[in-house]
Design a protein. Sequence first.
Length: 215
Amino acid sequence: MDVLTDNAGLFWQGFMGTVRLMCLSTLLALALGILLVSLRISPVPLCRGLGATVVTVLCNTPLTVLFFGVTLGLPMLGLTGADYFTLAVLVMGSYASAFVCEALRSGVNTVETGQAEAARSLGMSTMQAAVLVVFPQAGRAAVPPLGNVVITLVKNSALAGGFSVYELFSTEKTLVERGYAVAAVFLWVTVAYLVLIAVISTGFRLLERRLAVPR
């Protein structure tokens, strides 16, 4: 218990670092995911091919490789303006956007084709039909898999600690260097992750119930 009480400020700093990283990465992932799913359901073959290619590359590239590619590759290209936290948000948000895209696309598949056809018959463009008719309905079905994407982001944030980003897992390295027992430090770090994931799971469960369609 002394590990926690004596270093409460340090744990809180790492916890909030993880929360900030998760929130910003989630916002970026949602924005890019909506763009990607728009490409994937586009009636234009070139757009569909581009969306499918981007999703395939991101889904099949290890996150660690993306971290190395961005943090080491950008400086080699002379792009050194962004700090490591910003780069971590960029990497994690881009990586998660592929899974957000697939979650939304699975939701789109639950929407009857007649819904989009009816919207277009009223004079809406394909994009208007998608944004105003299809996506709102698809979002309900996509809530559970989107929750899993956010939870995965929380766990993946530990990788950012290896790239000079101070977050929850980085607390472990700092405290071990100060001489605290590894097992005790890992215990409290694990508890913090479990609390954060439990809060996210509960929030998405409540959201799923609220958006559920009565049958």
